[in-house]
Design a protein around this ligand. Structure first.
Ligand code: NAD
Length: 346
């Protein structure tokens, strides 16, 4: 098969990152990206050489782009017509409306975690259910929190055969580029109890019994998860072997808060900037080694999630699953990550 042509519908926080990650791969290309109208994000699309389309098909809206000096190739329908798969990166809750457009264009589709599982009836994260998504028409890459929980819980579950989890999501209030959200001087509990975050893991790994609480705190850079997992009797693990298991798990970084002098999310993000990916992204889930402890059969740990970027490589693997070109999730992950690494080192 030739290069997979990928449309990005919505070129915001997630869309621009997914576009770069696809551009990095040898087996796929960005067929175009959409913007609702001329705005500062168009500049980036043009600079990268991504064909720019309008989110809508009407001529009035398309013509607004040229008035601001941006060359717009056409409307969403034109883009869908030349693509194999669309990655929907629109703000959450627009899914139902957009799904109809994808279905009538007869194109494969991937939604993001702002949409509910019920929209597609199928969800995706590479370590949990790549095979289940092989050759599917459409799916949803789960949210940043669900992706993070899956990365560390799925290998534990696979070793133990069962797992009961209680966790608290300490959530960033807003993304760095978002001036419209808060709180700025308060801690805001999510009063819908339990929160949707933990149970969302069961859309990709139903066998994990998990519940969560969530609070939003005045920070923009990362989420932190505080996790308690009850392992079944006879699991045969200790704290060190759990750390080794995660060391061998793709897209998990383990560092020692005290010894590596990386005690908070501020230092974690500074380390991420040192890696050199654009926007200072951290695709990996960060686990503090000295915050992991197995007491009896109960495991305690903390992990940090770069909310804007942990789902980005998952979208690339998900495209390979939907297009049926790679059935082995570990091979896809390796291919995705090596290509991204080369892309940012040149
Ligand atoms: P965003 O607001 O930064 O970007 C959304 C983009 O879509 C904007 O450019 C907007 O103009 C455009 N848009 C508006 N209406 C549209 C429409 N009808 N069709 C297509 N595009 C439209 O949002 P985001 O943070 O990139 O979130 C996108 C999705 O990814 C959501 O489902 C969100 O829940 C999910 N997600 C976000 C994060 C995060 O931290 N930002 C993390 C994981 C998943």
């Amino acid at each position: 098969m030739g290069s997979i042509k990928v449309a990005i519908n919505g070129f915001g926080t997630i869309g621009k990152r997914v576009a770069d990650a696809i551009d990095a791969q040898e087996d796929m290309e960005v067929s175009g990206v959409t913007k609702t109208g001329p705005s500062f994000g168009c500049e980036l699309a043009i600079k990268k050489g991504f064909p720019l389309y309008c989110t809508f098909d009407d001529d009035d809206r398309i013509s607004q782009f040229s008035k601001k000096g941006y060359s717009c190739v056409g409307g969403l329908s034109d883009l869908l017509a030349i693509s194999d798969v669309v990655v929907d990166c629109s703000p959450g809750k627009l899914g139902a409306e957009n799904l109809e457009k994808y279905q009538s264009a007869g194109i494969k589709y991937i939604f993001q975690g702002g949409e509910k599982h019920e929209l597609t009836g199928l969800s995706y994260t590479s370590s949990a259910n790549h095979l289940e998504n092989l050759n599917a028409i459409g799916t949803r890459v789960v949210s940043c929190n669900t992706t993070g929980l899956s990365r560390t819980l799925v290998p534990l579950f696979e070793h133990c055969g069962s797992l009961k989890v209680e966790c608290t999501m300490i959530r960033r209030a807003a993304d760095p580029g978002d001036s419209g959200k808060g709180p700025i001087n308060a801690i805001k509990p999510v009063l819908k109890v339990p929160s949707h975050h933990g149970p969302d893991v069961m859309t990709v790994k139903p066998e994990i019994e998990i519940n969560s609480l969530a609070v939003a705190v005045p920070t923009t850079i990362m989420h932190v998860h505080s996790i308690i997992a009850d392992l079944p009797k006879g699991h045969g693990l200790d704290t060190d072997s759990i750390l080794r298991m995660w060391t061998d798990t793709p897209r998990v970084i383990i560092m020692n808060g005290l010894e590596d002098r990386i005690p908070t999310t501020a230092e974690v993000m500074e380390m991420a900037r040192d890696i050199g990916r654009k926007w200072g992204d951290l695709h990996e889930i960060f686990v503090w080694e000295d915050g992991v402890k197995l007491v009896g059969d109960r495991l305690y740990y903390f992990q940090a999630i770069h909310q804007e970027s942990d789902v980005i490589p998952e979208n690339v693997d998900c495209i390979r699953a939907l297009m049926g070109v790679e059935g082995d999730w570990r091979k896809s992950v390796l291919r995705t990550d090596e290509a991204i690494s080369r892309y940012y080192s040149t």
